[in-house]
Design a protein around this ligand. Sequence first.
Ligand code: G3I
Length: 442
Amino acid sequence: MVTRTSIRLGMASLLAMAGVTALSAPADAASTLGAAAAEKGRYFGTAVAANHLGESAYVSTLDTEFNSVTPENEMKWDAVESTRNSFNFAAADQIVSHAQSKGMKVRGHTLVWHSQLPSWVGTLAAADLRTAMNNHINQVMGHYKGKIHSWDVVNEAFQDGSSGARRSSPFQDKLGNGFIEEAFRTARAADPAAKLCYNDYNTDGVNAKSNAVYNLVKDFKARGVPIDCVGFQSHFNSASPVPADYQANLQRFADLGVDVQITELDIEGSGTAQATSYGNAVKACLAVSRCTGITVWGVTDKYSWRASGTPLLFDGNYNKKAAYTAVLTALGGSSSGGGGTAACSVTYSKQEEWGDRFNGRVTVTAGSSAITTWTTTVTVTAPQKISTTWNGTPTWDGSGNVMTMKPNGNGSLAAGASTSFGFTVMKNGSTAAPVLGSCTAS
Ligand code: G3I
């Protein structure tokens, strides 16, 4: 497996991406959404459509600005299992591979949803539907096991309005209220490392619908039903603005012991008004320590599901809008901020393997400018341990699983030039591949 990252980041963001909380403010403000969010210990993602990955401006904006992706439609039931038990992951795989090659996180969207559901699902009788639902979860999560940070296990299961009732769907109507619990239990077993989210819209403020979701989560936590996170879609416009109690609502869910994520943020409008709303939405997340990341629902206005409402951060020509600047500023970043011109990228490749251990090699390559030094991290999965290293100077975090590697002596590399370091991983029962952090250079 080869992992490549090439993001220019400060030390704080490097640590944040490696799962280590930054303890001090960076000397230079980050100049991209992903880097700025990383310095706050969060991700900043976007929905991505596979059919735009051939467009260079789309891809360069994606790769420069974001460090998490959500397939916009490609992982939905109608996309991956349009015919029973015949799975097609081609389009979703394209997005996941792209994300992995850039060191981005992936959110999985979505497993059990009444919409974009092939008609065959609705024809099944209860017992058969239960089998089909669990099989779908197992197959899709199994295919992406280890690659998905958070899964929207169940999406939009509650009605709008004042009832707080469940929404009619084949799952609700035939399996009853227990279908959500069953889906989450199946999901936990299918990929124990993935965070399992319930995701919905019109739940962003305190209201009957969000109260119903709140009660569901509270009940799950009380009974030990697996749930790790709640997604707040956050599709806003003039009829449905960012609620005044957005932060309070996120916080009350977090207080139940789950992470919260803003999963599909878009805000119709333009100019200062749109920018102010975006800034407020980001600040609400940052004020909630368990708000772990923000995803906007698309890269550019021209491909938005609400294109006429111009609800995103980049216009149809990929120009940064006022909303972009408001978000970057709220995240503590700055367009004119430093970051320097020095850059490097890292790739990992597995070398020799024995019964109890394997060797890994990381190649460090300078970007388009010469660099004088570099640093990167290698994280192994406990109970694995790195027993030996060569061609580098390592330091370790408290767990002993995150190694920060710097050059052995002179770290100078000409533009585009490479060097490499190596290490031995004691498997202790796990063959998981090491995960690289970003490379930083000066
Ligand atoms: O791919 C077909 C194309 O072949 C066909 O010619 C065209 C004609 O209509 O349709 C294309 O499929 C469309 C698909 O998006 C891809 O563009 C579907 O019709 C259209 O319904 C679908 O809309 C998606 C919508 O979910 C469906 O419910 C949007 O892209 C997507 O942004 C939206 O995302 C949802 C989240 O999953 C859940 N939360 C709400 C959010 C916004 O509706």
